[in-house]
Write a protein that binds this ligand. Structure first.
Ligand SMILES: [Zn+2]
Length: 340
């Protein structure tokens, strides 16, 4: 069933003091995303190139006290699982380590330190490093999230995106109940299947985006990549798989493709001077196959020249987004570096 990508337009006029009070007519786009139910307003007339966020101040501050995730400290400064839950205390793979979150917010809640390196720039996260971390995340869910279904692998990169430590780390969460976003995604997928004779929402969204071309990036292993119709940030990139496959169903070669996609987005972020971002990979853990596998990376930038946070009352209190870059344009820029 064809999905509805709805855009409403609002016309606004005023006299512009910077053009001798000439009449200025502007159009605001209000977009409704058929996958997520998100509403976003695209104000392309506000777009300005970004200034690079300087990480040095965070790195300096992080060196004032021992980093619990650095080699030598990790062993004695991070939590361990109860012996009955995981006799070895922590899970390790490659250079990555997984242990319980000391500040938990969900039934299964783990921290995954990606690398012994204290600091990496966005473009320094290699597909190998990211794949290793995602494979360890899958192993963590297998061992420690028994009976739970609603899982996510989350990432705050650097302090403006909510990271508590500079040292690169994911946060894994799995619960019996979905978060509000997961519940809404599932509700919409079920409603679509009901209306469209069992059709798959994620598959239809990917197909419509691929045919529309403007927001499509390409398929890479299990995920189709695009920018969402209604973005949640100035830069918002989505990897999506039709329902039926979760993170735990992916073979290592498929996880490597997912990691490759993430690394490409991070390279793009670096090129666009996005110095802070959030990532979430949403996945079901049970073989019911209802939840689409959805991976999303969003920028967390300051808008020059005043360094204004891109999140304001609109995002925080109205549950809507304002963006200054049409997702068609960010896709076009990203396609230039997106190798097949
Ligand atoms: Zn460290």
């Amino acid at each position: 069933m064809p999905l509805k990508f709805i855009t409403e337009h609002r016309a606004v006029s005023f006299l512009d003091p910077f053009r001798e009070f000439a009449r200025t007519d502007l159009t605001i786009e209000v977009r409704h995303d058929p996958l997520t139910g998100d509403t976003a307003r695209v104000l392309s007339f506000r777009a300005r190139p970004l200034e690079l966020i300087d990480h040095q101040v965070f790195i300096d501050r992080s060196q004032e006290r021992p980093c619990p995730f650095c080699p030598g400290n990790l062993e004695r400064m991070t939590t361990r699982y109860l012996p009955e839950d995981l006799p070895e205390g922590r899970l390790t793979r490659g250079g990555a380590t997984l242990f319980p979150n000391a500040f938990p917010y969900e039934a299964m809640n783990a921290v995954l330190v990606l690398t012994p390196e204290h600091y990496l720039r966005p473009e320094e996260f290699t597909p190998e490093l990211l794949a290793n971390a995602l494979l360890l995340a899958a192993e963590g869910f297998r061992h420690l999230a028994k009976g739970l279904n609603y899982a996510s692998v989350n990432w705050n990169y650097m302090m403006p995106a909510g990271a508590g430590l500079v040292h690169p780390h994911f946060q894994l969460a799995a619960g019996q109940k979905p978060t509000r976003f997961q519940a809404e995604l599932l509700r919409r997928a079920r409603a679509h299947a009901r209306k469209a004779g069992g059709a798959d929402l994620a598959a239809d969204y990917l197909e419509a985006t691929r045919l529309g071309k403007a927001r499509w990036l390409g398929k890479l292993g299990p995920l189709g990549w695009c920018t969402p119709f209604a973005p949640r940030a100035i830069y918002d990139v989505l990897g999506l798989a039709p329902a039926g496959k979760g993170l735990l169903d992916l073979k290592p070669a498929q996880v490597e493709k997912v990691a490759q996609g993430i690394a490409r987005v991070l390279g793009f972020f670096a090129a666009e001077k996005v110095g802070a971002f959030n990532m979430a990979l949403f996945t079901g853990l049970q073989p019911d196959g209802e939840q689409p596998l959805l991976l999303r990376l969003v920028s967390r930038v300051d808008i020059p020249p005043m360094g204004i946070d891109e999140i304001n009352y609109f995002e925080k209190l109205h549950d809507e987004m304002i963006t200054f870059l049409p997702p068609e344009e960010s896709a076009q820029r990203l396609r230039a570096t997106w190798k097949a």
